[in-house]
Design a protein around this ligand. Sequence first.
Ligand code: ADP
Ligand code: MG
Length: 243
Amino acid sequence: MIKISHLVKRFGNATVLDGIDLDIEQGEIIVVIGPSGTGKSTLLRCLNFLERPDAGRLIIGDLDVDVTRASRAEVLAARRRTAFVFQNYALFANKTALENIAEGLIVVNRWPKAKAHARAREILQRIGLADKADAYPASLSGGQQQRVGIGRAMAAQAEVILFDEPTSSLDPEWVEEVLALMKQLARERQTMLVVTHEMGFARDVADRVVFMDGGRIVEQGPPAQLFNAPRDPRTRDFLRKIL
Ligand code: ADP
Ligand code: MG
């Protein structure tokens, strides 16, 4: 249901994504790991057209685009089909939790405000923050802010939620509640592409772990295989450093 074919992204002379091919089934949970600077964030950002790829083809549900020729309408269509959860939450500081979740529905999906707010209240229930509807981000803990960030992505009802190191900015005490919410989504078979260093999450939740290095997918497989019997020396070297 998502097919990434030969995706290339360059910054100046540097080829940061060097021909990425990746298919994602509906309901699949994929964890992406790899050294810093290897193109993991760029991959997610290209799927959402936060960065414009230099080559490749992207199929997301019923959308099929040659990324170099994507029209404005196709870029917006890709954005509607992919929701992004950022490392630093990226909430609007001057909007409440409820408004942060409703904002995309109003602006992107053109929902009337009342309908968007009703949906945002449902989401707040699901993320365990019904009592924080009127709270501004600054009054929320890091864990609560990231749960709002995830709630905003849930509200979009995208084909896939892209998580870019969603727990890396959190104080350790808030990590578990964010992972628990992600596990809840995984149980509901929300399709997810997750860049994370949380290897416990990857082991427990991922259907597939993808190891990237130097802008390429080096190796991929079920977590038990990739962690216990990595085939490529680069994967082994990386795992030895982080596990
Ligand atoms: P990762 O998320 O795996 O750590 P990134 O995708 O953030 O890696 O970055 C991959 C490479 O691309 C790095 O060398 C980084 O410096 C470079 N890069 C990322 N974004 C930009 C940008 N906007 N302009 C120039 N170089 C960038
Ligand atoms: Mg990154």
